[in-house]
Design a binder for this molecule. Structure first.
Ligand code: C2O
Ligand code: CU
Ligand code: CU
Length: 538
């Protein structure tokens, strides 16, 4: 979206009070328990088995919602893996749709990375083997099928991968799973009036992303969890399709960030507020020795210049209730030794310009006006369920038929959409090209440091940019110096109207048939073309 349109959007969507949909749930007397995903055990041959399957979940009392899960109804188990160990994973696709499983954050070769080329047909299985060779970290896995990743993640497919190593063994961090070491997977979901997951990749979501009116924590709305007294370790994942988060403790107690996407930091970084982009992980430590209950909350965020309703007030996502058990871990002063950054002056450099088709936001706005008229839009806010069920089933051919009902303020100069010339699924681009599975964009030399610049200067949209096959270091982020807790290993960098520079290196090959991906992790941008494939070779 272009700057001018953002201002219009902000004016249209912003500032109108509404009764938050979650308020009733938030003040209910008793909270459901936080589901803690199991740590998956391998079979006798050492193989981990994952089954992608359909099931039912109860997000709303008394309502069965069809969801997808891995070995269950929703989300998946945890793979706890050790550095240096060879891993085998057998993925069985019991879904009616083609899928893949991508290992987000793992430095493994392209042929086992699980990108869009690694399709698993309905009923089929695929076994991958790889050896973990990267520091202790919290990573995750999720589907990555061509043009339907957003849909499949929205349906519930995602799980955590924990990597442990000798260095992390030596650090006395809390490590009792579900007791003082807690996974927190945050995802919003849009449900329709029948309580079913309401997902469309349409002109609106391809422009701004898919937002839900419900926020789930490990698949449950605002659960509670009893934790041991003392230091608590939270492994946070923003698993939302399009929503960035801003996490705080409700009583303002500090969060000590100890790890980012690809591993532990050099030392803990104290923050009171932790912004998290889609796909990002952070590990944080919280002092619960006072025994007092508090909430983990997400504060309202401005994304695309507007507040993303209905979460326009602090939204509790997890009630933390310390018990009498004593936590085993502590918060050390020092964590790991991060390698110093190499000089970038003589490195190969790449420029990746993230681009949104200007017709996308114009058509998106026009479609909204056509459907609701100008008056309806004035009271509408992003993510408002009742009104944001915009344009169900709208096809590319419809767009040419749309006419504006607006009388001036929303005029779209220079716009004359022609039916048939518009391909929503390639509307978003990198360096002028939408994702093309057959044609990798470039080749990187194995083991060679490179400096990549990601530019989002053409629009004001949030683009959390992700690169497969590597953990990189951020050199500058959206035109700013890098925040202390973002200076460690990362696989996602913030791009929002500015430029970001990252130092990358690949230690595994990826050929044309199994290329690595680099893409925006706003999943509707990814699915509508803001992705490229690249190869790595010696
Ligand atoms: Cu988490 Cu290519 O994705
Ligand atoms: Cu990835
Ligand atoms: Cu994007």
């Amino acid at each position: 979206m272009y700057r001018r349109d953002f201002i219009k959007l902000a004016a249209l969507f912003g500032g109108i009070a509404a009764i938050p949909a979650w308020s009733k749930q938030a003040f209910a007397a008793s909270r459901p328990a936080l589901p803690v995903p199991d740590i998956l055990q391998p079979d006798v041959r050492g193989i981990y088995h994952l089954s992608l399957q359909q099931g039912q979940s109860q997000f709303l009392p008394g309502v069965n919602t069809t969801t997808w899960g891995i070995n269950g109804n929703l989300l998946g188990p945890v793979l706890r893996l050790r550095r240096g160990k060879k891993v085998g994973v057998m993925v069985k696709n019991n879904l009616p749709s083609v899928s893949t499983v991508h290992w987000h954050g793992l430095e493994i070769p392209g042929d086992v990375d699980g990108g869009p080329q690694a399709m698993i047909a309905p009923g089929a299985s695929r076994e991958v083997q790889f050896t973990i060779d990267q520091p202790a970290a919290t990573c995750w896995f999720h589907p990555h099928p061509h043009q339907t990743s957003g849909y499949q993640v929205a349906m519930g497919l995602a799980g955590l991968v924990l990597i442990e190593d000798e260095e992390s063994d030596k650090i006395p961090l809390p490590s009792r799973w579900g007791v003082d070491d807690i996974p927190v997977i945050l995802q919003d979901k849009r449900l329709n009036t029948a309580g079913q997951i309401d997902y469309q990749l349409d002109v609106m979501t391809a422009a701004v992303g898919w937002f839900g009116q419900h926020m789930l924590t490990n698949g449950v709305i605002y659960p509670q969890h009893g934790v041991s007294r003392g230091w608590l370790r939270l492994r946070l994942l923003n698993g939302c399709n399009a929503r960035s988060l801003r996490l705080v403790a409700s009583d303002g107690r500090p969060l000590y960030v100890i790890g980012s996407d690809g591993g532990l930091l050099a030392e803990p970084v104290k923050v009171t507020e932790l912004p998290m982009l889609m796909g990002e992980r952070f590990e944080v430590m919280v002092d619960c020795s006072d025994g007092k209950a508090f909430d983990l909350q997400t504060l309202p965020v401005q994304q695309m210049g507007m507040t993303l309703a209905p979460f326009d007030q602090p939204l509790p996502v997890l009630k933390i209730q310390p018990t009498t058990t004593q936590s085993g871990g502590t918060l050390p002063d020092k964590l790991i030794a991060l390698p110093p950054l190499v000089a970038t002056d003589n490195l190969p450099a790449r420029w990746l310009q993230l681009m949104m088709d200007p017709r996308l936001d114009q058509l998106g706005m026009q479609a909204l006006m056509t459907r609701y008229g100008h008056g309806a839009m004035a009271g509408m806010k992003m993510g408002d369920h009742s009104q944001m069920a915009a344009m169900p089933g709208m096809s590319a051919a419809d767009h040419g038929k749309m006419t504006s009902t607006d009388s001036g303020a929303m005029a779209m100069p220079g716009m004359s959409p022609q039916a048939g010339q518009w391909d929503l699924l390639s509307a978003n681009k990198i360096n002028g090209k939408a994702y093309d599975m057959a044609t990798p964009a470039f080749d990187v030399k194995l083991g060679q440091y490179e400096k990549w610049t990601l530019s989002g200067e053409g629009d004001m949209m949030l683009h959390p940019f992700h690169i497969h096959g590597t953990q990189f270091r951020i050199l500058s982020e959206n035109g700013q110096p890098v925040a202390a807790h973002r200076q460690g290993w990362k696989d996602i960098v913030h791009v929002e109207g500015g430029r970001s520079e990252v130092l990358v290196k690949f230690t595994h090959p990826a050929d044309k048939a199994h290329a690595y991906m680099a893409h925006c992790h706003l999943l509707e941008h990814e699915d509508s073309g803001m992705m490229l494939g690249f190869t790595v070779s010696a």
